[in-house]
Design a protein around this ligand. Sequence first.
Ligand code: G6P
Length: 609
Amino acid sequence: MCGIVGAVAQRDVKRILLEGLRRLEYRGYDSAGLAVLAAGGPIQRHRAVGKVEALENQIAEVPLSGHTGIAHTRWATHGVPSECNAHPHISRDRIALVHNGIIENYQALKQQLQVDGYSFSSDTDSEVVVNLVHQALDDGGDLLAAVRKVLGQIRGAYALAVMDRHAPGRLIGARRGSPLVVGLGFDEYFFASDVFALLPVTQRFVFLEEGDVVDLRAEGFTILNAAGEVTERPIQVSGIDPESADRGAYRHYMLKEIHEQPAVIANTLSGRLADGRLSADFFGGEGNAILERIKRVQIVACGTSYHAGMVARYWIEELCGLPCNVEVASEYRYRVRPVADETTLFVVISQSGETADTLAALRDARERDYGASLAICNVPESSLVRESDLVLMTRAGQEIGVASTKAFTTQLVALMLLVLALGRHRGLPEAEERRLAAALQQLPQAVEACLALEGDIQAMAEHFADKHHALFLGRGAQYPVAMEGALKLKEISYIHAEAYPAGELKHGPLALVDADMPVVAVAPNNELLEKLLSNLQEVNARGGELFVFADQTVEVGEVQHHLPVVSVDDELAPLIYTVPLQLLAYHVAVLKGTDVDKPRNLAKSVTVE
Ligand code: G6P
């Protein structure tokens, strides 16, 4: 939530800041702003409601340049999206600040600042921090000391960058609870919420730790750790392709990412299977020693990643015989006494690796008696990856569409690899391991076959665009797939959608079914098929409009809309059936004319709780 960029250079930094904001827009896009400073000049600030493009248009005609600058793209927490709530915030024409996070004790601090004569022009929590820095500077000392003093006064989560009109060529940054990286150029240094923002200017980064404060200048930078000691952090070179954000010929990133799935699934598998089985060094010796002790699995995640965990629960219990619990992170983290013991593997799943609730759950778990933690994640440099005992990267490549697609299917692939690794210690027969490994290798082709349905799905979407509600049904491991399908539809088309295990239909939701309530069902050919088909007839009998994605070998009977789906091994069917539901949501959203890649009110990386 919210993206920040900062730059100190010999050249004008305006373009660097704007490009950084464009690349961070996935973190929030309700308003944006920047402030630049040239030696001896005033702070030049511009802010605009809406996307970064609105800010660019606003400053296109304005003469604006400076060698020091900060910028922000916002996802509102305190105060509506408006120009005065947009960052940077400025205190008394001297201090400018951008902030990502939430200051929990801002109200008490604000009252005191008002008593001290500070005025406020926004409803944000962040404006408290900029005024506090100003006040601390007025009390004496330099910018670094002032910021450190303020960090001792505020409570909550933050990544922030501060600029002082009286100190051109210098920025102070700090992180606790929200991500911040330092980018290293030649005689120019940068801050950003992620590396991607800075790839056009550098590939060299330092990842800050919790509690770090950085004094950044054009000649170099100094890091103080949480204890206030000068400290060194390793320099890492990013392997991310700076061009990976290219949308190519696709109309939206989401569509591009849906179509990338065969390739990225192959990437997730690459080097991890050998001789038709899981490769022997998959988790390495230490990892295997950990897995050997495991008797229970606890999965924690949010949003789409939570749905991946729900699918995995079926696999872990059925194929490994291990009890598995799955919980959303925002609930898990506030449980007073979750059952934790040394034989439980604590698994966090996250595309970004920065989701505040998931990260907090991991940190809480590390204080408890779990056997080990494992992060299943798409971003190698993320906090989640750095703080887990074991790591399994999903290798989906950068995902830009806010509605997650390829991140989900690659999470499922990674989770199946975990199942094979756990299965080795839990008596999963070798023949079963080989069958599943072969099925995994067939996945890219099977996903291609689903993508070939796009034209039919587009036609199907025409019947959806005027609807206000929809039900999604699945059974067994397809129930979380139905949940994911419903989530996709509501996220990007704003149609209210609910998912139910098909057997629950008659316990309430059937009352909603009429000609205006489309019912979407996923029906692989498994032992639950007949039961599902009976549930569909119950819908039919009440005049509901059915949209069924069923295994190509299945005779579904009388339904209004039906598309045959390629047959795959049943365990991997959740992955396959997700694809048509992604395409359905996408084409409905296009017909409705919504902002597919940046749906209203949402953000891709949720770094506040
Ligand atoms: C946000 C995104 C979702 C994502 C969820 C969890 O809500 O819009 O697409 O599934 O966060 O994010 P994570 O990065 O932890 O997977």
